[in-house]
Design a protein around this ligand. Structure first.
Ligand code: CP
Length: 326
């Protein structure tokens, strides 16, 4: 595995390998040892052409916990505003010494382009490319769900946790703006590959063309879906106004009434069901405060686990190690 560009081409074995390494990384960071020396002398570049809080900071934390140096680039305030191209930007930063590039860009395919063009010759990690994919988000979501459902470790026998489910057969609903969501796309591929039963719940206008061919069950009515399936987890998505023309903005009150995880829908969920959201959340729009702050919400676990999962990805790509930490 040279790059991490998407989950659509990530094998089940590679995905489980990353989740298992992430489990070890979590154990390391909760022990006395706060840092591993495995990437000492290496430099990870965070190249962000779109805004981010969670992804950029957790890649930085992950790299530092592995003792790597970090260079953070943000397009805002950079020479991109003077017309510098993607190629020149990447090669300029690379000339300062980069051993891995983590890239977020509004154009789908940017990470693939960096991996394919030969402008640089280091591992590339896709931190979100337009509406295409966000593979580390899906990996941290799978990791969080696997832990919550008691399925660790997923690589061998069934988990010994309280529900013994792992992800095999877990019923996961992804709700909302699927059309613009790279998180949804990455999760559909990965969760399906890990054995989950994935359901998409959305208005027809917020589903991409071709979603009918994905390995999912589609519902056009949130209440009907809640009445017919006992979900193990419900993953709410933000409506991405920044990727829509103003004339297509859904009415906030109507959207929230039809597609939001309100307090009453929260009560209708099975009482063991978990609530997830990749963030940032729009409280009162796609998710109520009651749901976001519920003891069943895994939102902050997702953020916390993001560091371990990104440590595992950097470790895997930069050391070539497939399983355990030396
Ligand atoms: N989930 C996610 O990608 O969040 P950020 O945009 O804050 O990185």
């Amino acid at each position: 595995m040279k790059h991490l560009l998407d989950t659509s081409s990530l094998s089940r074995e590679d995905a489980i390998g990353i989740l298992d390494i992430a489990e070890e990384m979590t154990q390391v960071s909760t022990r006395e040892v706060k840092k591993l020396p495995v990437l000492r002398g290496r430099t990870v570049v965070n190249l962000f052409f779109e805004d981010s809080t969670r992804t950029r900071l957790s890649f930085e934390a992950a790299a530092k916990r592995l003792s790597a140096d970090v260079l953070n680039f943000s397009a805002k305030g950079s020479s991109v505003s003077k017309g510098e191209s993607l190629q020149d930007t990447v090669q300029t930063i690379s000339a300062m010494g980069a051993d891995a590039i983590v890239v977020r860009h509004s154009a789908a395919g940017t990470a693939q382009r960096l991996a394919d063009t030969g402008w640089i010759d280091v591992p590339v990690v896709n931190a979100g490319d337009g509406t295409h994919e966000h593979p580390t988000q899906a990996l941290l979501d799978a990791f969080t769900l696997r832990r919550a459902l008691g399925g660790f470790p997923a690589s061998g026998a069934a988990g010994e946790g309280p529900r013994g489910l792992g992800l095999d057969g877990a019923k996961v609903a992804v709700v909302g703006d699927i059309l613009h969501s790279r998180v949804a796309r990455s999760n559909v591929h990965l969760l399906h590959r890990l054995g989950a039963d994935v359901h998409l719940i959305a208005p027809p206008t917020l589903l991409p063309w071709g979603a009918q061919t994905w390995p999912v069950t589609i519902h056009y009515d949130f209440d009907e879906a809640l009445g017919s399936v006992d979900f193990d987890a419900v993953m709410m998505l933000r409506v991405q106004h920044e990727r829509m023309h103003e004339s297509f903005f859904p009415n906030a009150r109507e959207y929230s009434r039809l597609w939001g995880l309100s307090e009453s829908r929260l009560r209708r969920l099975p009482k063991e069901a978990f609530i997830m959201h990749p963030g940032p959340m729009n409280r009162g729009f796609e998710i109520s405060a009651a749901a976001a702050d519920s003891p069943r919400a895994l939102v902050l676990d997702q953020v916390e686990n993001g560091v371990s999962v990104r440590m595992a990805v950097l470790y895997r790509l930069l050391t070539g190690q497939e399983e355990t930490i030396d």
